[in-house]
Design a protein around this ligand. Structure first.
Ligand code: UDP
Ligand code: MG
Length: 331
């Protein structure tokens, strides 16, 4: 193993005053064990991100930070939601560390999986996803809505990791690459796979929340899912187009049918033209909306300013930076 790297744990916290007194000692113990065994540098930190909490969360974070130099805190000006808090944390710490691990304040994600994640990192993986091996401890409702969501996302073409929440290790370089994604609607689970680099998964059992309550009630879950779908897929727009094409084709069938009825004298005056117009105009309208939608979809993807590529290695630079190390003894 090469020299120990600096790890920052990034933990978004929103109204977690009940949970933090339980979480903090566990995390400190874990960090001390990791530092003790030489797996990570003693410059590693636990970074709590206070997401505009309305309770004593921030005071607690300040207190813990004074008590122990392993703890540090970042406070957002107001509540911006889990995903933004996480991104803010990663963004802030990535200049200080070699690797980050993001996890929830409620310790539902087994902290012991961290060891394996770090091992994978030293093996050369830059993104390690924590994947739940079982959801037995989640409520029936949560388990099934989550399953439906993953299936739907897959169907709509977004590449997300099954049963992976936001418990993941990312190297400094991977976080920097993630920052290049300029979009406003942040759905990290969909974005991270787009970053690329060597990726792998580590599985763990998910626990129940021991204190406080879930900040994701059904309404928030629904809007989270909708956000995920609409920020990754233009397929819903394509669906309008397909329906339009289908109805328009059907109108041609109706045209033939009503012409036959007309010439065989089975119709009232005006019926044929009326029925054909209804189908044809309906189909054409949907088709037209679909075409407009297709362009809007393009504009939408353009406005995200996603990076077109992220470079993994450039041999020339590697040679140069190796040279620099040799020729700059003062550093
Ligand atoms: N969280 C946050 N901002 C919010 C809502 C939640 O930073 O607006 C944090 C919360 O403190 C926790 C994590 O996001 O650390 C996940 O939230 P929670 O455990 O309530 O979600 P669940 O596990 O029920 O999906
Ligand atoms: Mg939770």
């Amino acid at each position: 193993m090469s020299e120990a790297k600096i790890l920052y744990l990034v933990i978004p916290c929103y109204n977690e005053e009940e949970m933090l007194p339980i979480t903090n000692p566990v995390l400190i113990e874990k960090m001390n064990a990791l530092i003790g065994s030489g797996k990570i540098s003693s410059k590693s930190r636990i970074a709590y991100v206070n997401d505009g909490s309305r309770d004593r969360t921030w005071e607690l974070i300040e207190k813990y930070s004074e008590e122990n130099e392993l703890v540090t805190g970042i406070s957002l000006s107001r509540n911006r939601g889990h995903q933004n808090a996480l991104l803010a944390g990663l963004h802030t710490v990535c200049g200080y560390c070699d690797l980050t691990i993001s996890l929830d304040a409620d310790l539902q994600d087994d902290i012991n999986a961290v060891d394996e994640m770090i091992e994978r990192f030293y093996e050369g993986y830059e993104i390690v996803y924590g994947v739940r091996s079982s959801r037995a401890k989640d409520t029936f409702f949560k388990r099934n809505t989550a399953l439906a969501f993953y299936k739907l996302m897959k169907l709509l073409g977004a590449d997300i990791i099954y049963n992976h929440a936001d418990y993941r290790l990312m190297s400094k370089r991977a976080v920097e690459a993630l920052m290049e994604f300029d979009e406003y609607n942040i759905f990290l689970r969909g974005l991270v796979p787009l970053v690329g680099f060597k990726q792998t998964t580590v599985s763990y059992a998910r626990n129940e929340r021991v204190a406080g309550e879930s900040k994701y009630p059904f309404k928030k879950m629904l809007s989270f899912a909708l956000d995920g779908i609409t920020s990754f897929s233009v397929k819903p727009i394509r669906m309008i187009m397909s329906i339009g094409v289908f109805i328009f084709m059907f109108s041609i069938v109706m045209l033939i049918y009503s012409l036959i009825r007309h010439f065989t004298g089975h119709t009232e005056i005006g019926w044929s033209s009326l029925i054909i117009s209804i189908w044809a105009i309906g189909g054409l309208q949907l088709l037209a909306i679909g075409v407009v939608g297709e362009y809007i979809g393009k504009i939408y993807m353009e406005t995200k300013h996603r990076p077109k590529f992220i470079i993994d290695r450039f041999l020339e630079e590697e040679i140069n930076s190796a040279d620099k190390k040799l020729t700059k003894p003062r550093e």
